[in-house]
Design a protein around this ligand. Structure first.
Ligand code: SAH
Ligand code: SF4
Length: 400
């Protein structure tokens, strides 16, 4: 179900209250791809074959807990049913085409998706946990001014199998399927390429597999959706998941936010915070949303911005995560100095907020936050515009 069209926020709004997309079928073979089906969809699939619903959990365990994608190796399924499955179904995951390991132990893998684009996922090991940063789209239509993915333009939504396939591959590569009591990936953040809430149905289905006991069994606290603020999608989130949420705010007022996060013109800060609060209220627990703030030198890192942020969020229970800007080739922005990071943090802490500063990981393999670019066949022609602008700037600075 990759789409070649440019997806805009309004395209996602039209999915309001619609039932979630049905499972994918391979365009090449016409067979149902069981790798991209949640427990509910797999049960429906087995019902159409006249089989008992418990088959769904059996198959999910084979694929997502044991890493087995050959029907004939599924030994608790009868031979006639295995043969039937080979006829009508398949288990197709994306291919890993590049594999990098950072000096700090992080990994970056690049997968090729059906549209032909290449997208990236990153695994970051820390003491006591391992976080996988998962992509949801090839490119992104939202064009935030500081984001390498945005500069690539938008190519396609990833299918469910392409999203969950990233977690499958991370387990496969890190030895997480066989004979382990603790899996290497303990946390998933939807902070790779793309805006997850603009690929709503596929991301919801993939997240349900991440949290499903007979698949990856991650708790709702350990799966985080990061969004730049697609308000209509946040409004309907509670009907589909109870995963954790991070909000990419990056500015304390609408004027500045609209400059660096263009979707703010459509869904301004007050509307966004109200929508997120509605979701948090629906969760009925003590979790807090994370406010992400990419700190960019000379743009949003003044002391006054920190003070304004402290006031803005005073009635909005949250944690704040500062992400120092990670430079990339097509950007003129600079990383803030460590003094300005410290000052920014201190002002917020003194105002009573819990603040973390994200340490930069894996930038030696181009896998730090916001550096993920893959190789996206841009449908929006944005990448060539950015490249032309960049070349003009270089030419003019060389000339003068
Ligand atoms: N589209 C979603 C998720 C992907 S971006 C979102 O915007 O939230 C994941 C995080 O990386 C976001 O908080 C984003 O603002 C941040 N980010 C993007 N580019 C960055 C850069 N160059 N340096 C640091 N953080 C960046
Ligand atoms: Fe898209 Fe997120 Fe990058 Fe903005 S920061 S362009 S929403 S991926």
């Amino acid at each position: 179900m990759t789409s070649a069209s440019i997806q805009t926020p309004s395209a996602s709004e039209s999915t309001d209250a619609a039932p979630l997309d049905s499972p994918s079928r391979s365009p090449a073979t016409g067979k149902a791809n069981l790798a991209g089906m949640s427990l509910a969809h797999l049960r429906e699939f087995f019902a159409t074959l006249g089989e008992k619903p418990f088959r769904a959990a059996q198959v999910l365990k084979w694929i997502h807990q044991r890493g087995v994608i050959d029907f004939q190796a599924m030994t608790d399924i009868s031979k006639p049913l295995r043969d039937k499955l080979m006829e009508v179904a398949e288990i197709q995951l994306p291919e890993v085409v590049e594999d990098y390991e950072s000096d700090d132990g992080s990994h970056k893998w690049i997968i090729e998706v059906a549209s032909g684009s290449r997208v990236e996922m990153v695994f970051i090991p820390e003491s006591g946990r391992g976080t996988l940063c998962v992509s949801s789209q090839a490119g992104c239509s939202l064009d935030c001014s500081f984001c390498a993915t945005g500069k690539q333009g938008f190519n396609s939504n990833l299918t469910v199998a392409e999203i969950i396939g990233q977690l499958w591959w991370a387990n496969k590569k890190l030895g997480g399927f066989i004979g382990v009591t603790e899996r290497p990936v303990s946390n998933v953040v939807m902070m790779g390429m793309g805006e997850p809430l603009l690929n709503f149905d596929h991301v919801m289905e993939a997240i349900s597999l991440m949290m499903e006991d007979c698949a990856y069994g991650l708790s709702k606290r350990k799966v985080t959706i990061s969004t730049s603020g697609v308000v209509p999608a946040i409004d309907k989130l509670k009907d589909h998941t109870d995963a954790s949420i991070a909000v990419s705010l990056h500015a304390p007022n609408d004027a500045l936010r609209s400059e660096i996060v263009p979707i703010n013109k459509k869904y301004p800060i007050a509307m966004l915070l109200e929508s997120v609060q509605g979701y948090m209220n629906s969760l009925n627990d003590k979790r807090l949303p994370v406010i992400e703030y990419t700190l960019i030198a000379g743009v949003n890192d003044h002391r006054q911005h920190a003070r304004e942020l402290a006031v803005l969020l005073k009635d909005f229970p949250c944690k704040i995560n500062i992400i120092p800007f990670n430079p990339f080739e097509l950007s003129d922005y600079r990383r803030p100095s460590s003094t300005s990071i410290t000052n920014f943090r201190q002002i917020l802490q003194q105002a009573g907020y819990t603040v973390t500063v994200r340490t930069t990981r894996a930038d030696d393999i181009g896998a730090a936050c916001g550096q993920l670019v893959g190789n996206v066949a841009d449908q929006t022609k944005r990448s060539s515009r950015h490249l032309a602008r960049h070349e003009r700037l270089i030419a003019s600075s060389a000339g003068g």
